[in-house]
Design a protein around this ligand. Structure first.
Ligand SMILES: Cc1ncc(COP(=O)(O)O)c(C=O)c1O
Length: 393
C-alpha cells in the first residue's frame, strides 16, 4: 500500500522560488544544447576576492572547524556592531555585540526576524514589488502579508501615505529593502526617515534588508535606516556578505536588533541551524575588517556593474516607450513588458531568443520584467539587444 505525501499545513501553501524556477528552465535548455544567456540570476558573477579566500584557508588551517556560539564569533559581531555604531554616531550609546546575531545567510536573518516579531493575527506591510521570499517568510510565521503597491512615479517605492492606506489596527510592522530587489531603486535618507518616523509613531517594527547597500551608483553606499531613524528600539537591520563581496556560497548574514529581539532570534536559531558555518564566519570577518582590500575589491566590482548598467541602458534607449525604474543600486533592470504581460514576454525571450529574465509576477507585479546585469558584459549587451528585438517582433 502506498502512502502519498500530504504536506502539513506548515508548507502546504509555500511556492517554489520563482527566480530559481527560471534559472532551472534556463539550465534545462542549456543541457539540451541551446545557448542561453542567463539574466535571471540574483548572484554576482565575480569570484570571491583573493584576500578573503586566503583568510578562509588560513582559518581552516588554524582549526576553525568546530561549533561557535549560536549567535556567532565575537570578533565578527564586534565588527558589525562597530559599523552600526559609526552610523548611529552622536545619537545614542554604542551598538553592542549582544545586539548582533550572525546567521546562515541574510535569508535566515530575515526568517529569524520575521518569526520572532510576527505571529497569527498580525499583519505585515510588504512593498510591492518585493523580493520573492518576504511573503513566504511572513506566511511561515502565520502572519498575514499585506502588499502595498509602490508608486510608479517614484520608482515603485512606497511612501508613508501609501503605507498608512494599507495599515489596520492589526499592522505590526513592515519590511523594507533598499537598494531594492527587483527594481534597483534606492530610498533616499529623507524617504527612509519619513518611513521610520511613521513606524515609530505607530509602534510598528521595521525589518530593513540592506543586503545591496554597498552596490549603489550614486557615488556612496546607499543610506541605511541606521543613518536616519530617531530610535533603534523597533528596528531590525539585516545585511550580509553575499552580494557586496561576491560570497553567496559562504552563507553569512546578520541582524542588528534590540537585545531582547536578538536573544529571541538566538534561541530560535539554537534549535534550527545553530551557528553559521565557522569557517565562513572567519571569511566574513576578513571581508569586514580588512577594509582597504575590501574597499578596493568592492569598488572594482561596483565599477564593472556600473559599466554594464550604462551599456545596457544605451541599448534599451532604442525602445523609446520603455518604462524603466531608475536603476540606482543592486544589479537589476526592472521594466514594464510590452502589452503589460511580463510572463508572456519572459517566455518569448527565453524560448525564441535564449535569454532568461524573471517575470514580474514573481515579485507581485505581473506587468513587469526583471533583467539582472550580474553577468558578463558581452552577455548583458547581447541580452539587451534580444530584448529590443523581441520588443519589436
Ligand atoms: C533582497 C534580498 N535579500 C536577501 C537575499 C538573500 O541573501 P543571502 O545570500 O545573504 O541569504 C537576497 C538574495 O537574492 C535578496 O535579493
Amino acid at each position: 500500500m502506498s502512502h502519498p505525501f500530504v504536506p502539513s499545513p506548515n508548507v502546504a501553501s509555500i511556492k517554489e522560488s520563482a527566480t530559481i524556477a527560471v534559472s532551472q528552465r534556463a539550465k534545462a535548455l542549456r543541457a539540451a544544447g541551446r545557448a542561453i544567456i542567463d539574466l535571471g540570476a540574483g548572484e554576482p558573477d565575480f569570484d570571491t576576492p583573493t584576500f578573503i579566500l586566503d583568510a578562509t584557508k588560513a582559518a581552516l588551517d588554524a582549526g576553525a572547524t568546530r561549533y561557535t556560539a549560536v549567535e556567532g564569533i565575537l570578533p565578527l559581531r564586534e565588527a558589525i556592531a562597530a559599523e552600526a555604531t559609526r552610523r548611529r554616531a552622536g545619537r545614542e550609546a554604542a551598538v553592542t555585540a549582544g545586539e548582533v546575531v550572525v546567521s546562515t545567510g541574510s535569508k535566515q536573518s530575515l526568517q529569524n526576524a520575521t518569526f520572532a516579531l510576527f505571529g497569527p493575527g498580525d499583519e505585515v506591510l510588504l512593498p510591492v514589488p518585493s523580493w520573492v521570499s518576504y511573503v513566504e517568510m511572513v506566511g511561515l510565521a502565520r502572519a498575514t502579508a499585506v502588499g502595498v503597491p509602490g508608486d510608479p512615479a517614484r520608482g515603485l517605492k512606497v511612501t508613508p501615505a501609501l503605507l498608512e492606506q494599507y495599515a489596520t489596527p492589526r499592522t505590526r510592522g513592515l519590511m523594507l529593502n533598499s537598494p531594492t530587489n527587483p527594481t534597483g531603486a534606492v530610498y533616499t535618507a529623507e524617504e527612509l526617515r519619513a518611513i521610520t518616523d511613521l513606524a515609530a509613531s505607530r509602534g510598528w517594527w521595521v525589518i530593513s534588508d540592506e543586503i545591496y547597500a554597498r552596490i549603489a551608483y550614486g557615488g556612496a553606499e546607499a543610506p541605511s535606516v541606521l543613518d536616519v531613524a530617531a530610535q533603534r528600539d523597533r528596528l531590525v537591520v539585516v545585511n550580509g556578505v553575499a552580494k557586496a563581496y561576491a560570497m553567496t556560497g559562504f552563507r553569512i548574514g546578520w541582524t542588528v536588533a534590540p537585545r531582547a529581539v536578538s536573544q529571541a532570534m538566538t534561541a530560535l536559531q539554537s534549535h534550527t541551524t545553530s551557528n553559521a558555518a565557522t569557517v565562513s564566519q572567519y571569511a566574513a570577518l576578513a571581508a569586514l575588517t580588512r577594509t582597504a582590500e575590501a574597499d578596493a575589491a568592492v569598488g572594482a566590482m561596483v565599477a564593472e556593474f556600473a559599466e554594464r548598467r550604462r551599456a545596457a541602458r544605451a541599448i534599451l534607449a532604442e525602445i523609446p516607450s520603455l518604462e524603466l525604474v531608475e536603476p540606482e543600486g543592486a544589479f537589476y533592470l526592472f521594466f514594464k513588458a510590452p502589452a503589460g504581460d511580463g510572463t508572456a514576454f519572459a517566455t518569448r525571450l527565453l524560448e525564441h531568443e535564449g535569454v532568461a529574465v524573471v517575470p514580474g509576477a514573481a515579485f507581485g507585479t505581473p506587468e513587469w520584467v526583471r533583467a539582472s546585469y550580474a553577468a558578463a558584459r558581452s552577455d548583458v549587451e547581447a541580452g539587451m539587444r534580444a530584448i529590443v528585438r523581441a520588443w519589436t517582433a
